[in-house]
Design a protein around this ligand. Structure first.
Ligand code: ZN
Ligand code: ZN
Length: 250
């Protein structure tokens, strides 16, 4: 049984009559109307902790963090200048993205925006263009939306109106989902899978690539190669979440 004070009834009358739900788990959110994600889910969402690898953004642990480079970036640096993610991959984040990607459930967007609102965009202020990682046209038709386009709009807010370009980078092959493959196969799967169809504008520009999940970086690496080949000055990568766990620094 839930007891509510009269003041709560007045203040949150709308919530009581029409309670909104946690964007991640669906639990009813009585009386905390400004929150989009319930306390339980919020407790399971962890923002990436510094120090991170200054190139790929992986969290670093251990004593030797002066170089701020992970082993992979030290030995084989990626073509993009830097990549950053907002939160670690966790069940609530997975649920938010799953609803969006596979259920066309745009009601999760305010929840995602709530998470992103805590992220410092300073490293992306100078970006001239924002390009979301594209879906193959066939997959886009099946799903009805590209989650990376929606994330780019949340990340860049009103700036997205002028710098978002969702039509220039194209996925030319309908590849097998990367999640089903290991490292070597991921690279093979995406080799030559992206192309520029409209090069206007990116020459000598700083381009931000937006994707939902950073796993091994293969997708954004392939996209970056295409953008740099077509004249982009540098590529910065922004993803909502990052799968790979912290690594000792080199
Ligand atoms: Zn929840
Ligand atoms: Zn790294």
């Amino acid at each position: 049984m839930v007891f509510l004070r009269l003041a709560d009834l007045t203040r949150h009358g709308t919530d009581i009559l029409f309670p909104h739900c946690c964007a991640a788990c669906g639990k009813k959110l009585f009386g905390i109307s400004e929150r989009k994600i319930c306390e339980n889910c919020s407790g399971d969402i962890t923002f990436l902790q510094h120090p991170v690898c200054r190139i790929c953004g992986m969290e670093l642990v251990g004593d030797k963090v002066r170089e701020n480079l992970c082993g992979e970036c030290l030995g084989n640096p990626p073509p993009f200048l830097l990549a950053r993610s907002v939160v670690r991959y966790s069940t609530p984040v997975q649920k938010l993205l799953y609803g969006l990607k596979y259920g066309k459930d745009t009601s999760v967007l305010p929840g995602i925006a709530e998470i992103i609102s805590h992220f410092d965009m300073a490293l992306f202020d100078q970006c001239d263009y924002v390009l979301p990682v594209p879906l193959h046209p066939r997959r886009l038709r099946q799903r009805g939306l590209n989650q990376s386009v929606l994330l780019a709009k949340i990340f860049f807010q009103e700036r997205a109106q002028t710098i978002l370009n969702a039509n220039s980078l194209l996925r030319t092959r309908n590849t097998v989902p990367q999640t089903t493959l290991d490292g070597g196969m991921r690279r093979k799967n995406l080799k030559g899978a992206f192309a520029m169809v409209n090069k206007v504008g990116i020459g000598e520009k700083i381009v931000c690539l937006v994707d939902d999940v950073y796993t091994t970086g293969t997708t954004v690496t392939e996209c970056s190669r295409v953008l740099l080949y077509h004249g982009a000055r540098e590529v910065r990568v922004l993803t909502l979440t990052r799968v790979k766990m912290a690594q000792c620094s080199s």
